[in-house]
Every structure is written in C-alpha cells, then in structure tokens.
Design a binder for this molecule. Structure first.
Ligand SMILES: CC(C)(COP(=O)(O)OP(=O)(O)OC[C@H]1O[C@@H](n2cnc3c(N)ncnc32)[C@H](O)[C@@H]1OP(=O)(O)O)[C@@H](O)C(=O)NCCC(=O)NCCS
Length: 230
C-alpha cells in the first residue's frame, strides 16, 4: 500500500504564492505568507465583502489588518478555484462560536475548510469528505507551557509530554497544542471550551508550513462516534 504522501519538510514560501505543504488521506493543506507588499495585499483583498472589510477596518494594527485581508483573500481564491466561481462570489456562514463554512446557498457543502494564521504564515486545510480542523503555531519559548499543558492536555497527552526530555519539550508542547486546537476547530468550539477527545477517533497529520512553525490538521476517523464537547 502506498504510504501517505505528505511533506514533513519546511518549504519556501514566496509573497502572494500559495504552496501545498501536505496532501494525504483526502486532506490538503496550502500555505502562504501574510506579510506581503501593499500591492499584493490590495490585489488579494479586492474580493472581500463589506462585512470582511468592516472587520479589517476594526483591527487597530496595520499588520493585523494586512494579515486578515491576505488570509481571507487567499481563502476566497482557493475556494473559488475549487468551485469554478469568482472569489467575490464565495459566500460564508458562521457557526454559533464563529466557525466559518461555505453558505448552504453555495451547493458545495461537501467542500470543508479550516484556516489558521500564526505570525507571517497562513494555512488553509481542505477536505472533501468531512469537517476538518487545522492549527499552526510559531515555535517560540512559552515559559508557562507546563501549566498550560497541565490545564489543557488530556491525561495521556500530559503524561507523554512530561516524559519528554528538555530538548524535545518545546516542539512536543506545540505538537500537542496544535493538535488540540485543530480538533477544537473541527468541532467549532470557542476559546476556553475544553474538548474531550480520544486519539483513536481522529486522523492527525503533522506538517511544517515554514521552518520554525509546527502545524496539525485533523479529521475524524470514520468509525468515530463518541467525541464530546463539555
Ligand atoms: C477561536 C479559535 C478557533 C481561533 O484560533 P487561533 O489559534 O486563535 O487562531 P487561528 O489563526 O488558528 O484560527 C483563526 C481562524 O479560525 C476560524 N475560526 C474562528 N472561530 C472558529 C471556531 N469557533 N471554530 C473553528 N474555526 C474557527 C476562522 O477561519 C479564523 O480565521 P479568521 O480570523 O481569518 O476569520 C481558538 O482560539 C479557539 O477558541 N480554540 C478553542 C480551543 C481552546 O480553547 N483551547 C484551549 C483549551 S484549554
């Protein structure tokens, strides 16, 4: 049987270009940079709707406005290319806690996506089979990592985390954190809403969107029945 084809190596991202960083098990992850020249920001953001423009305008820092506009513009471009429509014609609707999905009016509900941004990098995960969640984080020192792990990780995740040697702790923390966030995003949870999940119920793929970052993308195993939010 062929092994899953995914790249566990960092790729080089160039301004305005969308790069595949993982393709496996019906999942795709595409990466792009967010800190791009103003003309690329304008070109990417031209397809945003009024609500998205208002959201961008409400962000205090120019850097945050730029990153939101580029990520949303790239999302519209990617979805539009899959649906064979113009990026401005993509319509979203939002779950109770803000999870975006394609509007039921798009007649393309088998196309699921998830978005994550960290620092200068954005990623879009796509699945044509079921809900997907993705999360990336820049790997930077987190002085309170052990406390966060004790609070948020499951007993088995916490056990395997504390068993890591000091040199593996930081990457180990972010691998578990991005996996947890990806599961939460699949379920559409909100900030601080603890998720009870069992590793056997999820297909988890790790990737490196850019050197210095860690990412996880998840879908449920089709046998999964018993994942709950508390
Ligand atoms: C809201 C949340 C999903 C955002 O995640 P983040 O790491 O801050 O930011 P990311 O860039 O990875 O993701 C943001 C994207 O997620 C999507 N998103 C927003 N709310 C979402 C939700 N409830 N569910 C799924 N996806 C959501 C949007 O596409 C958003 O992109 P946008 O800001 O460009 O519109 C996240 O903070 C959260 O609440 N997670 C819940 C898990 C949790 O609380 N864990 C701690 C347990 S102790």
């Amino acid at each position: 049987m062929p092994s899953p084809s995914y790249l566990d190596e960092a790729v080089e991202l160039r301004a305005g270009i969308i790069v595949p960083v993982l393709e496996s098990d019906g999942l795709e992850v595409l990466a792009f940079t967010l800190d791009v020249e103003p003309d690329i920001v304008r070109a990417t953001g031209v397809c945003l709707n009024d609500g998205e423009r208002r959201r961008a305008a409400g962000l205090r820092l120019e850097r945050d406005r730029r990153r939101f506009v580029v990520a949303r513009g790239q999302l519209r471009r990617v979805l539009a290319s899959r649906l064979g429509i113009a990026p401005s014609a993509v319509e979203f609707e939002y779950g109770p806690l803000g999870k975006p999905q394609l509007s039921h009016r798009m007649h393309a509900r088998d196309l699921r996506f998830s978005v994550s941004r960290s620092g200068d990098v954005g990623v879009i995960a796509l699945s044509t089979t079921q809900e997907v969640g993705v999360d990336i984080e820049a790997v930077v020192p987190v002085p309170e990592a052990d406390e966060i792990a004790a609070l948020c990780f499951s007993a088995s995740e916490y056990g395997s985390y504390t068993a890591l040697g000091p040199e593996d702790r930081l990457a180990g923390f972010f691998r578990r954190w991005t996996r947890l966030e990806a599961v939460s995003k699949t379920l559409g949870c909100g900030l601080g809403q603890p998720v009870s999940w069992d590793e056997k119920d999820w297909l988890v793929r790790r990737f490196v969107p850019l050197s210095g970052y860690i990412g996880s993308v998840v879908i449920r195993n089709w046998r999964s029945r018993d994942v709950t939010m508390h």
